[in-house]
Write a protein that binds this ligand. Structure first.
Ligand code: 6R9
Length: 710
């Protein structure tokens, strides 16, 4: 009882609003003036053009950035919500838009610059002319050797090699749907996705470099074949690229009649050109699986016309890409960010896009800045996890290199104001605009951000709604939360927009249930206004219209009735000098329902001592309140992470509660799980915090913790 009285006392002091806004609103940072003249979005008229009254016509501006075989009859067909159809009646080819149309003016300019991980190896420069040749040859191979037809599915399981965008564009040329599975995922995850997509052709590679080592990748293809078989799919052909020409670096044997080296088969297709298929705007360009812990993987299905127009428009205005820029998005193509903002958006704009094979810190923490200097990168784009890591291992490194960024993008997670400031001052040397871009796999492109040379930045907030996007926050009961009230709620997009996924591949009902059911009042309504799209994040909107994203709605920890935001607990923890990264998870507790447990990684050169654990607990208590004081603070070597560097909290939540850790086939670093388990289990046993019996419901809750963000 003592506990509940205590909780009641704390009720006034730690009201939910107060907790939600503890991440203080920061000062505005004005956009740098020196680039305004050249900016694609340099004057206020753009805000006028895209105001809500101009929906849906405003998006024509994006579609007109593309070349069409046939113009659309209708901007958006909303007659069958929520299956909105963009550019209905229009025809185009995505490969033509990303490659062929640039040949006249840019055949000899670089389209893709590929940087291998080993610094002594040569950087590969692929001009638009060369890209055109490679794409056509691979398209000929797919069409004639693999007999694929438009809208068939081909699965790739590739790391960051240039063959990946080539293969994507070859599919796009043929109207074939590609499905790239993040290279770091397991063979099982790949096979399950092949099963779901009913895909019988796998494109892979023998090996690739990671941290200076050549890693065997083809072995995963064998696991994929087995996993696909369990789903009723027999893999017919495996096309194997070779990381080092003429060599083979895998333990897996090539299977006769099933496995083929791409370079050998390609000999028959040299110099061949393939007529691009003229596709319907509403045909599908690709599938991008986003996993959850439960049920089949969800294939986010993206269209050709809507998707391509949206990523092209947002690349142009939010990243300020011009053909003469050198643009580097330091992310993996196996994540939606890579599809939209390494491959399709930048190439549709005819710019030079840089790809890097390896890890940020190989061979040392100066590598990214050397790449930027050597290649003359002027637009940089990466995720908070990379920014945190680079700060952690080399906070002064950027100052040693002579590069000049005009815009820098961040994506994937809320960026802590402290980390933001390092990005701004040290990486950007105080002279680049930061665009904090908030969006998700399902949305195709950015939803909330600032126009780099027009709208002031505010560390901790992504910014206002993007051009043509109408964001709205609802409370539990579906009531709209007014702008500036400081109250947290469920952020949704009120209107249709061209970048949104078409559906969950093969699961229309699941699409409606996951993204629309929550706030749709009338399932029979044919009015798009009745169909707000649930993004899955919690957010607050300040009076100035800027949004602060609080993380996934299922990431909330309820301690004795107080809803604590994961991100806020974590940002309090990283205020501690020694801490590089932190993750908060719930632990079932007899009296309080749940309590908080923290996982923390320290910066190199610091000791992960009991003292650090104490400081973390104290900081959380200071910033948020006694109620949030963690039961345990675990200092771990590394966190389990997804392809986009998000911490997979359900895995450590499982460890903290002695329950199942669940599927780890979509972890980028699965090895770390056992290490953390050993450490935490033994310490907990020593402290007498042994296995407790959880109800089925409690177990499910822990297993689903943070589920949506994988
Ligand atoms: C693009 C991408 C989506 C989830 C999303 C949100 C989080 C992404 C963010 C951000 C705060 C940002 N997220 N960008 N949170 N600020 N700038 O990350 O797609 O992998 O599907 O993840 O990522 O929680 O709901 P995806």
């Amino acid at each position: 009882m003592a506990d509940s009285t205590q909780a009641a006392d704390e009720q006034d002091e730690y009201s939910e609003d107060k907790i939600a806004v503890h991440w203080r609103e920061e000062e505005y940072v004005p956009p740098p003036e020196r680039y305004r003249e050249q900016a694609n979005a340099g004057d206020e008229s753009i805000l006028e053009r895209f105001k809500p009254e101009n929906f849906p016509d405003c998006f024509v501006e994006y579609a007109e950035m593309l070349d069409w075989d046939q113009r659309w009859d209708q901007i958006v067909d909303t007659s069958n919500p929520p299956f909105f159809k963009w550019w209905a009646g229009g025809r185009l080819n995505a490969c033509v838009n990303c490659v062929d149309r640039h040949l006249e003016s840019r055949a000899d300019e670089d389209a893709i610059v590929w940087v291998p991980e080993l610094e002594e190896d040569e950087t590969l420069r692929i001009t638009y002319g060369e890209l055109h040749r490679r794409v056509n040859e691979f398209a000929a191979l797919l069409r004639d050797f693999c007999a694929v037809k438009p809208q068939d599915r081909v699965t790739f399981h590739l790391p960051m090699v240039v063959d990946l965008p080539v293969a994507m564009l070859a599919c796009a040329r043929l109207g074939v749907i590609h499905s790239q599975v993040f290279g770091g995922f397991s063979g099982v995850a790949c096979g399950q996705r092949m099963g779901d997509a009913q895909s019988t052709i796998l494109v892979t590679i023998d090996a690739y470099y990671r941290n200076g080592e050549l890693i065997d990748h083809k072995v995963k293809a064998d696991e994929a074949v087995e996993a696909a078989r369990k789903e009723g799919i027999e893999v017919e052909k495996i096309l194997v690229f070779r990381r080092i020409p003429g060599e083979y670096h895998s333990q897996s044997e090539m299977v006769d009649g099933r496995d083929y080296f791409v370079d050998e088969v390609l000999e028959d297709y040299q110099g061949q050109e393939v007529e691009p298929e003229s596709m319907n705007a509403e045909d599908t360009l690709f599938l991008m699986y986003t996993s959850g812990t439960t049920g089949r993987p969800k294939g986010a299905q993206h269209s050709i016309g809507g998707y391509l127009s949206y990523v092209t428009g947002t690349s142009k205005y939010y990243q300020d890409i011009h053909p003469e820029d050198t643009y580097w998005c330091f992310a993996d193509i196996g994540w939606i960010t890579g599809h939209s903002y390494i491959v399709y958006g930048p190439l549709a704009l005819g710019t030079t896009t840089v790809m890097y094979e390896g890890v940020p810190t190989y061979p040392d923490a100066g590598r990214p800045w050397r790449i930027a200097e050597q290649l003359g990168v002027d637009i940089f784009h990466t995720a908070p996890t990379t920014i945190r890591m680079l700060r952690k291992v080399g906070a002064d490194e950027p100052g040693k290199y002579d590069y000049d960024f005009k815009t820098m993008t961040t994506v994937g997670e809320p960026i802590e104001p402290d980390v933001w400031r390092w990005y701004w001052k040290v990486v950007g040397k105080g002279e680049a605009a930061i665009t904090d871009t908030w969006w998700m796999t399902e949305t195709g492109g950015f939803l909330g951000s600032t126009l780099p040379f027009l709208q002031p930045m505010k560390p901790g907030s992504c910014g206002p709604a993007c051009l043509g996007i109408q964001l709205v926050i609802f409370d539990e009961n579906g009531q709209e939360i007014p702008q500036g009230s400081g109250k947290a709620g469920y952020i949704c997009v009120r209107n249709p927009w061209p970048g949104r996924m078409q559906t969950v591949w093969g699961q229309d009902e699941r699409f409606i249930d996951t993204y629309y059911k929550r706030f749709n009042q009338d399932p029979n309504s044919q009015d798009w206004r009745d169909w707000p799209f649930l993004c899955g994040d919690g957010a607050v909107q300040a009076e100035d219209g800027y949004f602060r994203i609080l993380g996934r709605i299922d990431d909330v920890i309820n301690v004795a009735g107080h809803r604590l935001g994961t991100k806020e607990l974590e940002s309090a923890a990283i205020e501690v000098e020694e801490v590089a990264e932190a993750a908060a998870v719930p632990v079932v507790d007899e009296t309080r329902g749940k309590v908080v447990e923290m996982y923390v990684a320290v910066k190199p050169g610091y000791e992960g001592s009991q003292d650090v654990a104490q400081k973390v607990a104290a900081q959380i208590e200071k910033d948020i309140g006694k109620i949030a004081r963690p039961k345990n603070v675990w200092i771990v070597p590394d966190m389990p992470k997804t392809r986009s560097g998000k911490i997979m909290r359900r895995v450590i939540a499982g460890i903290s509660n002695f329950t199942e850790v669940g599927d780890i086939s979509t972890l980028a670093n699965p090895d770390v799980v056992e290490k953390i388990k050993d450490q935490v289990y033994s310490a907990k046993k020593e402290r007498g915090e042994d296995v407790q019996q959880l109800s089925k419901q409690q177990q499910e809750e822990i297993a689903k913790y943070g589920e949506g963000s994988e």
